[in-house]
Design a protein around this ligand. Structure first.
Ligand code: NAP
Length: 247
């Protein structure tokens, strides 16, 4: 489904990003793995090795997406390595959960810097090279960006903001054959949800009609659809992957 395409997935040393990278490689894409700090190089190199074992090309590039110049170097590095960029998945994200009365300015600023400005940074630098080939931009939002959540004012603001970025990107570049869509996962089994208490998990399950958490492959499969030509007439869309939680 992605033969001949070059894909960059931010924050792809582990979790959802790693599974998207492996899924794209299995479907023929050459892949850039991104990690934010030196201490995560081995983890990212491990993903590169897994992808090479699948017969695809891959490289790991360090960049903190919150830094405008590092994001530029990430896109430049992708073009230097593979000559073009067809698919950008803005996946890197963090949480700094806290009730508003206890949330610090730093909690708010860090989440916005990585989850929201990071997407601006990468999209801004990717757009020009993508104009030459067309492309697909996939932004990893969240259902809490649609409905909000207690203790996640900062995170839900960033994920709601991503939906605005997605729709504006889609409108600006529709005539240039660049599509932009968002994925809004609900509860997905991952390092991010491992931090949740039993009580929170039980409460969450009562709100999920399918009565189970999703897995990282469920999200990667939707990313594959949005990256591929199967979604060639889909842009500005937000696809929930949440077992029916928010509808
Ligand atoms: P995760 O396991 O915490 O992975 C996030 C990845 O992003 C990690 O590799 C992380 O590196 C990287 N990252 C963090 N800050 C970065 C930065 N400044 N620059 C580049 N990379 C950075 O999270 P996940 O569960 O796979 O989530 C992936 C995306 O899906 C996130 O945007 C998240 O908000 C979204 N999402 C997840 C869920 C869920 O249930 N898991 C639900 C809805 C939405 P480190 O190893 O340094 O942390």
């Amino acid at each position: 489904m992605l033969t001949g395409k070059v894909a960059l997935i931010t924050g792809s040393g582990r979790g959802i990003g790693k599974t998207i990278a492996l899924t794209f490689a299995k479907n023929g894409a050459d892949v850039v793995i991104n990690y934010p700090i030196d201490s995560l190089k081995d983890e990212a190199d491990g993903v590169v090795d897994e992808i090479k074992a699948l017969g695809a090309r891959a490289v790991a590039l360090k960049a903190n997406v919150a830094d405008f110049n590092e994001a530029k170097a990430l896109i430049d590095g992708t073009i230097a390595e593979f000559g073009k960029l067809d698919v950008l998945v803005n996946n890197a994200g963090i949480t700094r959960d806290q009730l508003l009365l206890r949330m610090t300015e730093e909690d708010f600023d860090q989440v916005i810097a990585i989850n929201l400005k990071g997407v601006f940074n990468c999209t801004k630098h990717a757009a020009r090279p993508m104009l030459k080939t067309g492309g697909s931009i996939i932004n990893m939002s969240s259902v809490v960006g649609l409905v909000g959540n207690v203790g996640q004012l900062n995170y839900s603001a960033s994920k709601a903001g991503l939906i605005g970025i997605t729709k504006s990107t889609a409108k600006e570049f529709a005539k240039k054959n660049i599509r932009a869509n968002a994925i809004a996962p609900g509860f997905i089994e991952s390092d991010m949800t491992k931090k949740l208490s039993e009580k929170v998990i039980e409460a969450a399950l009562t709100n999920i009609p399918m009565n189970k958490f999703g897995n990282v492959q469920d999200v990667a499969n939707v990313a594959l659809f949005l990256a591929s030509n199967l979604s060639s007439y889909v842009t500005g869309e937000v696809i929930r992957v949440d077992g029916g939680m928010v509808m």
